[in-house]
Write a protein that binds this ligand. Structure first.
Ligand code: NAD
Ligand code: LMR
Length: 342
């Protein structure tokens, strides 16, 4: 959760945070696609972080007003706006964390992969600029299809000679947020205590909640497992259908992305106890990219947690094998997209 981030603590620079470190607003964050459905509420939530000193908002249009509006909040970060390709480089200079929610969302009856043709190019172009201007930044990819856009970003960074697999993240936090919510509701648990790891990828059956590893330990019937797993896998579609043509999840996504940003900033700030699920380059399976729990540190991914894949239930073992072909194809599609370009 956005622990402790709602009070402007950095106005008292020597104040200690709940985890015993000094809270100072010192990190620069950029949002690319900041005027969009996710970008605007995400910018608001990041504006509330006591760890952020500068918030750079980039979009191809409409970002000036968003920045003017946000800049009146009396929290520490300075908000700047950047419009269009000519201003992208300046937006990214010196940035510690870049969040990318730029691109088109799904309409009903579309899969995330149907967004590939438009969003692949958008992500490629934006990551090229990240490589040129802030190659050491943590990069958080939200744009769908995440299963392919993260491999696209990795290839772009490789071509530019600046790929650091520990700093490229597909944001799958929303899957964890949803799993926690649905499990807490179903089992009548205190929401704040519930933590369900979600592994694999971020589309349909590639989203695999490990209900057997729910904390606190809780038992489910076979029917509950099936019902919860399917609901978590289809939760994006649930929102797309409810919005009926007006896009996909934006508010819950902004909440989830803000949590992942805050976790990244806490890790950069020296907190040694930061764990999140994310879709990244991985040794956990035979697939080159895979979402699982990671430990975040100053240099990005400090460790994967191989024991998370041990002791899975039979249901989870089967689902893991079943998701691999689809995830593999999405990864290969992303890599091929960059490699086939002249
Ligand atoms: P939106 O259409 O409301 O906003 C997208 C923004 O991106 C717009 O402001 C648009 O101007 C901007 N944009 C388009 N091309 C750009 C470019 N070349 N450079 C910079 N900005 C550009 O869409 P949204 O609802 O905010 O969703 C954005 C993306 O996030 C979609 O691809 C959606 O599928 C994805 N998404 C991912 C998750 C996840 O869990 N990872 C969850 C929800 C949505
Ligand atoms: C989500 O999970 O809500 C996003 O990936 C958006 C979508 O298209 O479902």
């Amino acid at each position: 959760a956005l622990r402790g981030s709602f009070a402007p603590k950095a106005e008292k620079p020597n104040q200690m945070s709940h985890y015993g470190l000094r809270v100072q607003a010192s990190y620069k964050v950029a949002i690319l696609g900041a005027a969009g459905g996710i970008g605007q509420p995400l910018a608001l939530l990041i504006k509330m972080s006591p760890l952020v000193s500068a918030l750079n908002l980039y979009d191809i249009a409409n970002v000036k007003g968003v920045a003017a509006d946000l800049s009146h909040c009396n929290t520490p970060s300075q908000v700047l706006d950047f419009t269009g390709a000519l201003e992208l480089g300046n937006c990214l200079k010196g940035v510690d964390v870049v969040v990318i929610p730029a691109g088109v969302p799904r309409m009903p009856d579309m899969t995330r992969d149907d967004l590939f043709n438009i969003n692949a190019n958008i992500v490629k172009t934006l990551v090229e600029a990240v490589a040129d201007n802030c190659p050491d930044a943590f990069i958080h990819i939200i744009s769908n299809p995440v299963n392919s856009t993260v491999p696209i970003a990795a290839e772009v960074l490789k071509q530019k000679g600046v790929y650091d697999p520990k700093k490229l993240f597909g944001v799958t936090t929303l899957d964890v947020v949803r799993a926690n919510t649905f499990v807490a509701q179903k089992k009548n648990l205190k929401l704040i205590d519930v933590d369900v790891p979600v592994i694999g990828g971020h589309a349909g059956i590639t989203i695999l909640p490990l209900l057997s590893k729910t904390k606190p330990s809780v038992s489910f019937t076979d029917e509950e497992i099936e019902e919860l797993t399917v609901r978590i896998q289809n939760a994006g579609t649930e929102v797309v259908e409810a919005k009926a043509g007006a896009g996909s999840a934006t508010l819950s996504m902004a909440y989830a992305a803000a949590r992942f940003v805050e976790s990244s900033l806490r890790a950069l700030d020296g907190d040694g106890d930061v764990y999140e699920c994310s879709y990244a380059q991985s040794d956990m399976t035979d697939l080159p990219f895979f979402a699982s729990r990671i430990k975040l540190g100053i240099k990005g991914i400090e460790a994967q947690i191989p024991s998370d894949l041990q002791g899975l239930s039979e249901y989870e073992e089967k689902a893991l094998e079943a998701l691999k072909p689809e995830l593999k194809a999405s990864i290969e599609k992303g890599i091929a997209f960059v490699q086939k370009q002249p």
